[in-house]
Structure formats: structure tokens, C-alpha cells
Ligand binder design. Structure first.
Ligand SMILES: Nc1nc2c(c(=O)[nH]1)N[C@H]1C(S)=C(S)[C@@H](COP(=O)(O)O)O[C@H]1N2
Ligand SMILES: [Mo]
Length: 398
């Protein structure tokens, strides 16, 4: 049982904690130009993380973590905040989740009241819309992530629908907007807020989570509660959620109207350099897959079968199949391991035929249950969102 009250002690973190001198400094190469980053501990409740930025914290999960299991440990789970004024302690007794706007009875729920609602549990990948952005050619502006702005967890919480029903969504409502305890740096700047259509918000899957992998949420991952929008990019997964507002018109807030938008094309891409295009808010994730058992550039044994393993995700549908390709040979099916549900990472394993001495490329491709397969060529857009190209690593057989 997860104890939320225990976490009141997090007040001890203090406001300076996130800016603590970095410990255990080390360097990692992310595999693109200017991709050297420090790896450091010292962030609250986190082990060694790749430091993309320390204020507001933007911390990437080191790649080796993904090889250790299908779920991503809380203390190595990536972190991304837009503004530096973030909650570092929460008084759980005083905390209220406010539900207002176009509702019949506005509410201010205590955590105790929230926890009385029926519980739901779901495994789901939380992935930043800009994960892997540093790999785009031509390069695009924004956090230069490697592949570590993603993580898979078992989320426990309550249905957003049940919470909305307590307040009673009025007829004519169009969208539901969410915001958390973080604050914009200057007066008048837009709050970090995102919205979902009423139908999506009430689909019974979108949840307000209070636990992650069997423990309370780490402060940096949204303690005490966050939104979980299965299958959708994490920009919508509002952390430290404390305000829900039901809207009767379009959400014209900056973070929906101007940011996190992709071209309105079938694949969300445009020719590199294109600036003028119709756009739409980013939504569902695309399938992805990775080799995690050997690193890019690793030396492997020549003349022997090569056992490989990795992770795949289907986006907003389950993983239907994973295939591997060595150099130009035909695709070969991998074996799928335990299915933790359609929104979870799924582990795969494969044994490749013996490799001749020399350098080889190994590609991995996921096809999801809707029949969508990862593309051969990266889909480019100016914000570097939604990367899903077939990943290829090099191995040197000796
Ligand atoms: N309150 C709040 N929630 C937020 C954000 C934020 O800046 N503030 N960033 C979003 C974005 S863009 C991402 S990628 C995820 C990251 O979730 P994590 O830090 O738990 O990995 O949080 C989302 N939720
Ligand atoms: Mo993000």
C-alpha cells in the first residue's frame, strides 16, 4: 500500500536541492554532434542521471537502465519540467485538487477524498514528444535528448472520469484543461496547462495516478498526483496536478494553441526547412523499438549466433511484432516476451545467425496492433517531435 502522508517529509528537500552541486560527475556521449553530457547524482530521489539542464530540471535516463527490465525504476526515471519554479515539497493535508469551469458543482478534493474512488492500475510508457530529438538531421531546436526521455511504469490511480463525474460536466463542454503546482517565471506568462477533449478525458483510461511502480510518485515526477494519458505523449501527463477546468470553447492557452503542435499531414512530417504549414496538437505516440542488450558500436563474437534483446512499444496500440534485419538481409521475427498491456514496453529477444568478421548494422522494427510499422526514413518536423524511425546500431564482429 502506498502511503502518501509519509511524503510530507519531502519538505526536507529544501528549495536549493535541485541546484545541489552535482555528485559523481561523469560524461556520456549521446551519439550526435555536441552530444556530450554530464551524468550526475544529487537530484532529489534520483540516482545517476544525464543532465540536460539542472534548472528547471531536465534529466535523461542513462541508456543501460533500459536493459535491466521492462519497467523503468523510479529513481532513474527521466524528468522534464518547463519552468524552474517547481514544487519541492507538498503539504499533503492542505493539498486540494480543484475542479471548476463548466461543471454543476465545483470541487476542491482532498487526497483522502480522491483515494476513496475506485482504483485502477495500468502499465504505460511515459515518453516526451521530443524524445530522441538530438538525432534529427537537419538538427532542430529544443532539448537535445538522446533516446532516454521515456520510461515505463505501473501506474495506480483513479479514473479521471470518476473525478469529473463528482463535479458533473455540463452539457456543451468541449475540453478539459489541466495544470499543476509549478509556476511560470514571470507575471502574465502562460501557465503550463494542457487539455484533452471531453470524450478523451472521460474514456475511462485516462487516470489520475498517485503511485508509480509500487511507490508514491517521486517529487520530480509529479508528487502527489499526476495525469496519465495512456498512449499519448507525456506533454499531456500534467504533474503535481491541482487544477482541472472544464471548457466550453477551444483552449487558446499558449501550450495548446502555439506549442506542441505537429504538421497536419498524414505522418506529421514536412520537408526539412518548411516553416509554414497547418498544424494540430500532438497526440498519440508512434511505435518504436530498440536493442538494449548490446550498445551501438559494441564488439561481438564472430562466427557464433548472436543473442539480442530489447524493448518495443506500440504507441497507442499493442506491439504486434518486432523484426530484426542484419545489413541488407530479409527481416527476421523476434520473440515477444510477457505482455503487460498495450501501452507498456514489451521485451523482445532474438537469435541472429552467425556474423562474419567485420562491421554489421542491425535494424529493429516494431509493428503495432493497428498495423503501423516504423518507417525506414525519419519523419521530420521543425520541433523534432514524434521520432519513430527504425533504429539501427552497428556491431563489430571479431
Ligand atoms: N506540471 C507540469 N507537468 C508536466 C510538465 C511540466 O512542465 N509541468 N512537463 C510535461 C512534459 S513535456 C513531459 S515530457 C513530462 C515528463 O514527465 P516526467 O518528468 O515524469 O518524466 O511531464 C509533463 N508534465
Ligand atoms: Mo516533453
Amino acid at each position: 500500500m502506498v502511503e502518501l502522508s509519509r511524503r510530507g517529509a519531502l519538505g526536507a528537500l529544501g528549495a536549493g536541492a535541485v541546484a545541489t552541486p552535482l555528485l559523481a560527475q561523469d560524461l556520456v556521449r549521446l551519439g550526435f554532434a555536441n552530444g556530450d553530457r554530464a551524468v550526475a547524482g544529487g537530484f532529489p530521489e534520483k540516482g545517476a542521471m544525464i543532465v540536460q539542464r539542472s534548472r528547471a530540471p531536465v534529466l535523461e535516463t542513462p541508456w543501460d537502465v533500459y536493459g535491466r527490465g521492462v519497467f523503468t525504476r523510479n529513481d532513474r526515471f527521466y524528468v522534464r519540467w518547463h519552468y524552474s519554479d517547481i514544487p519541492l515539497s507538498v503539504d499533503v493535508a492542505a493539498f486540494r485538487l480543484r475542479i471548476g469551469g463548466a461543471v454543476n458543482s465545483p470541487r476542491a478534493l482532498t487526497l483522502g477524498e480522491l483515494l476513496k474512488l475506485p482504483r485502477v492500475e495500468l502499465a504505460a510508457v511515459n515518453q516526451c514528444a521530443g524524445n530522441s530529438r538530438g538525432h534529427f538531421t537537419p538538427r532542430v531546436a529544443g532539448a537535445q535528448w538522446g533516446h532516454g526521455a521515456m520510461g515505463n511504469a505501473r501506474w495506480v490511480g483513479v479514473r479521471l472520469r470518476d473525478v469529473l463525474d463528482l463535479a458533473g460536466v455540463r452539457a456543451g463542454a468541449t475540453a478539459v484543461r489541466f495544470a499543476g503546482l509549478d509556476r511560470p517565471p514571470v507575471e502574465g506568462a502562460p501557465w503550463y496547462a494542457k487539455s484533452l477533449s471531453v470524450d478523451h478525458a472521460r474514456d475511462g483510461e485516462v487516470m489520475i495516478a498517485f503511485a508509480m511502480n509500487g511507490a508514491a510518485l517521486p517529487m520530480l515526477n509529479g508528487f502527489p498526483i499526476r495525469l496519465v494519458v495512456p498512449g499519448w505523449y507525456s506533454t499531456y501527463w500534467i504533474k503535481a496536478l491541482d487544477r482541472i477546468e472544464v471548457l466550453t470553447g477551444a483552449d487558446d492557452n499558449f501550450w495548446m494553441a502555439k506549442a506542441y503542435r505537429i504538421p497536419t499531414t498524414p505522418d506529421g512530417g514536412v520537408a526539412p526547412g518548411t516553416k509554414d504549414f497547418a498544424s494540430t496538437p500532438i497526440g498519440a505516440m508512434v511505435p518504436r523499438s530498440f536493442v538494449t542488450s548490446v550498445a551501438d558500436g559494441a564488439v561481438v563474437r564472430a562466427g557464433q549466433p548472436l543473442s539480442l534483446g530489447g524493448l518495443a512499444m506500440g504507441g497507442d496500440a499493442g506491439v504486434a511484432r518486432v523484426d530484426l534485419r542484419v545489413d541488407g538481409a530479409p527481416w527476421q521475427a523476434a520473440t515477444l516476451e510477457v505482455d503487460h498491456g498495450r501501452y507498456s514496453f514489451r521485451r523482445w529477444t532474438a537469435t541472429l545467425p552467425p556474423l562474419a568478421r567485420g562491421t554489421h548494422s542491425i535494424g529493429v522494427r516494431c509493428t503495432n496492433a493497428s498495423g503501423v510499422a516504423q518507417p525506414e526514413v525519419a519523419v521530420w518536423n521543425p520541433s523534432g517531435y514524434q521520432r519513430g524511425v527504425i533504429e539501427t546500431i552497428k556491431v563489430i564482429a571479431q
